[in-house]
Ligand binder design. Structure first.
Ligand SMILES: [Zn+2]
Length: 425
């Protein structure tokens, strides 16, 4: 036994000593070195990492010292910065044409998810198989499936809706959208003003939509704010993601007591606590992803240099909702609802900033902007993390976003599908 162990130790020493354990990079590869690799999975970074790209895909990821780079291999020097997956903005109403998405790509957003578009615009999206060229990839849901007369029709126009009156119409709508190339399905569960509500899909129709979508291998994402609709429809139907977020709803009496409290936000969640937290807990257990779209909901208020007491409460309640869900282990994906007024194109810095304000670590914000965003866009297997086999959408930022998320403003290299799309110099 002792002799055997000694032999093993000797063998390892010899291998380590002469460096033959190094993995040889293929000559036709492109490598990124001299940076910390943040792979998008939520794992700790590799301080001195390497990403090896072969053709359009990632070939290997690891510790720089484990790889031997032959002469002739193209080397991209990250100069001590950070190497990440391309950022994915999973909730936008981005332009269908490639030219309109160019700005996204050049700022490091290699993919956008479009969760609401007119039927007549769908032809402008490139088919998924040829989704290349110098603009961000786009994956889309098409028109939002809703009840006849339902949201978003009354606000944005019925050309953005696919109205379904029955379960069978719901199934047909999904089948038709998948035929056209949809990568996900978006539904609206929005009663609007309770005094004059819009019609909302019932459980039977949503169940039919979810079943048809899942049979076709795509996820269903629901625009919803009301906890009772999460309880009555989202959870029992098996909807996969919530766009925006459910807030605690209080009785008039409770609302008065909350607004009179010294710290209204804390008071609000105390009043709502048991029931509301159990709802969030069930979302976590059912693995429902939330795309909070904080920029759309409170970004303009957050930017105001001076806020009224009520504005501050509104901001606090939104952030607290995300904080609670995330603290329970809930999965968050980044989306900023771009194309709405005041929402930035390109790198979604405000959304990232607000997610940090809501208690996510910068590492979790990056995971939300890469892996989780890929999941809700239906691209779990192809995008979102730096791992062998995935499409080589890779960016370099100059600093360390794990120290300060604002470093995401300084994107110096963008690679899409293995091709250099942008380099600062
Ligand atoms: Zn939206």
């Amino acid at each position: 036994m002792m002799k055997y162990l000694n032999t093993v130790v000797l063998f390892l020493l010899v291998l380590g000593g002469c460096g033959s354990r190094q993995i040889v990079v293929p000559e036709e590869a492109v490598v990124l070195v001299n940076g910390r690799v943040i792979d998008g999975s939520g794992r700790s970074p590799i301080p001195d990492g390497i990403v090896v790209i072969k053709g359009a895909r990632i070939h290997a990821v690891g510790v720089r010292g484990d790889f031997l780079i032959p002469e002739g291999v193209r080397v991209i020097d990250a100069r001590g910065g950070s190497i990440l997956p391309g950022i994915i903005n999973s909730h936008t109403h981005s332009p269908a044409d490639a030219e309109g998405r160019r700005e996204f790509l050049l700022e490091g957003v290699t993919t956008v998810g479009n969760v609401g578009q007119r039927l007549d615009q769908l032809d402008e999206f490139e088919p998924e198989s040829t989704n290349d060229g110098p603009s961000a990839r786009a994956y889309w849901a098409g028109p939002i499936i809703t009840a006849p007369g339902g949201y978003p029709g009354p606000v944005y126009g019925f050309e953005y809706c696919w109205e379904v009156a029955t379960a069978s119409e719901g199934r047909d709508a999904v089948a038709d959208l998948l035929d056209r190339g949809a990568s996900m399905i978006k539904i609206a569960l929005a009663p609007g003003d309770p005094r004059n509500p819009w019609p909302v899909l019932d459980l039977e129709r949503v169940q039919a939509i979810v079943d048809e979508a899942h049979a076709g291998g795509v996820l269903v994402r629901a625009h919803v704010f009301e906890p009772y609709l999460v309880e009555d429809i989202v959870l029992p139907a098996g909807v996969d993601a919530i766009e925006h977020m459910p807030f605690p709803i209080l009785t008039e009496e409770e609302e008065t007591s909350v607004l009179e409290a010294a710290d209204p936000c804390t008071q609000l969640f105390e009043v709502a606590a048991t029931e509301y937290d159990s709802l969030l807990q069930r979302l976590v257990e059912q693995d429902v992803v939330i795309v909070p779209t904080l920029d759309q909901l409170v970004g303009r208020l957050y930017e105001k240099p001076e806020k009224t007491a009520v504005e501050q409460i509104v901001i606090d309640v939104h952030l607290e909702t995300v904080r609670r869900f995330h603290a329970l282990g809930g999965r968050v994906a980044l989306g900023n609802d771009y194309a709405n007024v005041g929402i930035e194109a390109g790198m979604p810095i405000m959304e990232m900033t607000l997610l940090v304000e809501a208690g996510l670590t910068p590492l979790s914000v990056i995971e939300a902007s890469t892996r989780e965003a890929a999941v809700v866009c239906g691209q779990r297997k192809t995008l979102g993390t730096l791992e062998p086999g995935k499409l080589a959408d890779v960016i370099v930022v100059a600093g360390d976003p794990l120290q300060d998320i604002q470093a995401m403003r300084e994107v110096v290299v963008v690679i899409k599908g293995g091709e250099l799309a942008y380099s600062k110099d």
